[in-house]
Design a protein around this ligand. Sequence first.
Ligand code: TYD
Length: 211
Amino acid sequence: MFITFEGIEGTGKSTQIALLKEYMQARGERVVVTLEPGGSRIGAELRRVLLALENRDLTSQAELFLYLADRAQHVAQVVRPALASGAVVLCDRFADSTVAYQGYGRGMDPELLHRLNAVAVDGLWPELTILLDLDPVIGLERAVARNLSEGKTNAEGRFEAESLAFHSRVREGFLKLAAAHPERISVVDATGTPEEIAPRVRALVEARLHA
Ligand code: TYD
């Protein structure tokens, strides 16, 4: 089963992934946790290029193709083999992030991005996407606090440096995607503590497993 997690910065995706991993393992599943950008060996190099503040001059188009290259490599080398081996794959961000950030955030055509995503994923779409939804004011506060506590003030700040208006557009973009694909994307309110949110995530996964 292929499950992706989406949302703006600071929604707690990685925390919820870790909690769901524990839960699925306790159920006897083998779980592979991965992420975009950076889930493959080559992708880790692309991630550094994509997120470094020193690369402020990266053009929107070049950025797009790096995300797509990361995705194509990740699907082929990590996600597809893991699913073929019978594992549950939990992925932090996937194709919807490209439509939300490069489309609704940067202004590129969402339809075109969908077609480019189709090339990158090569038929492998998630069965379930959990969209953790949060007011960007709260999300950015959480992301900045996390970066400071991890000492990541410079190396990984390119998106945190974007304006509140940008993150608001991205959030609305994710919600539009969820409205357009209700069979795949489920929205979870990400205000509250991780322990409050985890049962909502588990309920969605259970419903999918028994569908
Ligand atoms: P990351 O540190 O993984 O962010 P987070 O902790 O919020 O998940 O950084 C990934 C950044 O890349 C994030 O700001 C969103 C952006 N992104 C895109 O713009 N397009 C994409 O297709 C993907 C996968 C990520």
